[in-house]
Design a protein around this ligand. Structure first.
Ligand SMILES: NC(=O)c1ccc[n+]([C@@H]2O[C@H](COP(=O)([O-])OP(=O)(O)OC[C@H]3O[C@@H](n4cnc5c(N)ncnc54)[C@H](O)[C@@H]3O)[C@@H](O)[C@H]2O)c1
Length: 348
């Protein structure tokens, strides 16, 4: 057996180590920090390579690759979306990702991203709400109480000062699970038995359901003036959560229009439907919320730059910790051109 040189090694963060890292930092602190990393990258948006994610669809789900680069580092995430999975004891969304050095092309981090996707999606939602939700918003309807729901709620608490969450899921067991998990965080948690009940008195409405088809979680007549809608679950062709009428009455904010027009709520609208790019609001070039009557809608699908920010965050925060192991991932022959010789010698 040969001992790999340090050049062969890539830090790897397992699910177990990711969870230990989250606990050591504290989940609310980590959500706030992640939102700052995402916000910093949205402020330098124009610098990044951007492409709609590469999606491979099947009858039951989707598998996607999400690459981007800021010219110094390159990152990608592998992620799936399979709404039928939970009925088979599997998760709807799982992910892993990699960060590499553009100068050498060598990976510098390989990590689980199932936990990290839930954290970065929630941090991004709360960052958007900070700019778009009405002033003083402290109550959120959380419709869809699955894997992402507690993360979404805690990010809104940590970043926007949420005090009350009103839960609804078509499966009461999911609501029970979510309420139980949120019990220790000092929030007022209300279990609701319909979407209509969940949105009562809420200034932020989050939809985070999973279905492989167009659903109408919120109908037009449910939406009054002045709310902020955080639409998370509609993120694939043929998979939406909102009635089209809501989009017509809202100012719609998106991540990357070429991807959102394929995957987001606005897939229901004409190609030239007006949207504002969130990075333009964050960098001060466009207005977010204008007044307290406006309906704002963050049509979130999840974009590669958010994963890049999360990868950067993990790279920066595992340094000097025990929350990773080194993987022998890269062949490192003594003579860089003698890869074959390295193979032959390994059999000696
Ligand atoms: N925008 C993003 O960046 C992003 C990131 C991650 C996940 N997502 C999407 O968010 C959605 C939720 O992901 P998850 O991991 O929490 O999935 P999940 O399967 O764990 O949870 C989804 C929940 O929605 C509920 N639900 C389904 N239809 C409903 C309806 N009509 N009314 C009320 N509840 C309903 C289900 O019972 C389930 O509890 C998925 O569609 C996923 O693709 C988006």
């Amino acid at each position: 057996m040969t001992t790999p040189s340090h050049k062969a090694l890539v830090p790897f963060v397992s699910v177990d180590n990711m969870m230990r890292l989250v606990h050591s930092i504290g989940i609310e602190t980590m959500l706030r920090d992640l939102a700052e990393y995402v916000e910093a990258d949205f402020k330098r948006w124009e610098l990044f390579d951007k492409t709609p994610r590469v999606a491979s669809h099947s009858d039951v789900g989707v598998i996607e690759l999400m690459p981007t680069s800021d010219g110094e580092a390159y990152g990608f995430k592998y992620v799936n979306g399979h709404p039928k999975n939970t009925s088979e004891g599997l998760q709807t969304v799982t992910a892993f990702g990699l960060l590499a050095d553009v100068y050498t092309g060598y990976p510098v981090l390989f990590t689980e991203m199932t936990m990290l996707t839930a954290l970065r999606t929630a941090a991004t939602s709360a960052m958007a709400a900070k700019y778009l939700a009405p002033k003083g918003a402290d109550t959120m309807a959380m419709i869809g109480n699955g894997a992402q729901s507690e993360f979404q709620t805690l990010a809104m608490k940590a970043i926007c000062g949420l005090k009350t969450v009103r839960l609804f899921d078509k499966d009461p067991a999911a609501t029970e699970k979510c309420a139980r998990n949120l019990g220790a965080f000092g929030l007022n948690v209300v279990r609701c038995s319909s979407p209509e009940e969940a949105i009562e008195g809420a200034q932020i409405l989050t939809t985070c359901t999973a279905d492989k088809q167009n659903a109408t979680i919120l109908t037009d007549n449910m939406i009054g003036a002045g709310v902020h809608i955080n639409a998370i679950g509609g993120d694939c062709p043929g998979k939406t959560e909102l009635a089209a009428g809501i989009l017509n009455r809202s100012d719609v904010f998106v991540e990357f229009p070429p991807q959102t027009r394929i995957e987001g709520e606005i897939q229901q609208m004409p190609e030239d439907f007006a949207v504002t790019e969130l990075w333009e609001v964050i960098s001060g070039q466009k207005q977010g919320r204008r007044d307290d009557k406006q309906i704002t809608l963050f049509d979130s699908v999840g974009f590669a730059i958010e994963d890049f920010s999360a990868l950067r965050y993990i790279r920066d925060h595992i340094k000097g910790t025990e929350f990773f192991i080194d993987l022998d991932m890269l062949a490192d022959p003594d003579d860089p051109r003698d890869l074959f010789g390295m193979l032959q010698r390994s059999d000696a």
